[in-house]
Design a protein around this ligand. Sequence first.
Ligand code: PGA
Length: 256
Amino acid sequence: MRKKLVAANWKMHKITAEARSFLETLKLELGEETDVEVLLAPPFTLLPLCSQMVGESAAIKLGAQNMHPAKAGAFTGEISAQMLRDLFVRYVIVGHSERRAIFGESDQFVGEKVRAAHEASLRPILCVGETLAHREGSQHESVIDRQLTAGLEGVDAKHIPDTVVAYEPVWAIGTGHNATPAQAQEMHAHIRAVITRLYDAAHADRVRIQYGGSVKPENAEELMRQPDIDGALVGGASLEARSFAAIIAAAREARG
Ligand code: PGA
């Protein structure tokens, strides 16, 4: 049984006071419930504060939105896996479609990040997803295959259970138009089949595959009820503590 993972991707939003009030509210809403894994991925600048506020609580874990694959060096403006570990970060989002489209990150560079994250004992959340043009041209599966194959290249089978995949169709991100539960389930099953081909069924069965793209309290439960949808990566609807808490509650309901 895969534990559902609900993650907040704040992107480039929030300053200290906003993060503090969000966490105060979220901690009250959640209590010490740990039946769903909850992850907060704030901007780098807020990681120290969030780390301090989350403290020893097992209920909320911390993730970063990006990292550089090198251990250290002349990479102005970049952050390494070790720097994240130093702030008690457990997960790192890699290959988000905004990184790929706006910052030109290649499939190979994303793969380097996945390997570097594992080497540093950080769990990568490997984002994959097709554009509307890909889907309309019936290329959605081949695009996902390419992104997954490159993203997992050289990843030892022992790290596969600690790898999370996020299926985020680009056309659903920030648009208000989520994939239907059936469309998402179909792609999640496809992703699991690709991982089975690259490793084997036992490993693929342990990988959590999150859905992302216009997840909100109203659609979260039905999406997460699908057999291969193991959680959600939430952008816009994670910026408000009560709305994020409602999505976590939906994940709890979806466990059945
Ligand atoms: P959204 O973003 O929930 O605002 O669509 C999701 C994401 O980009 O991770």
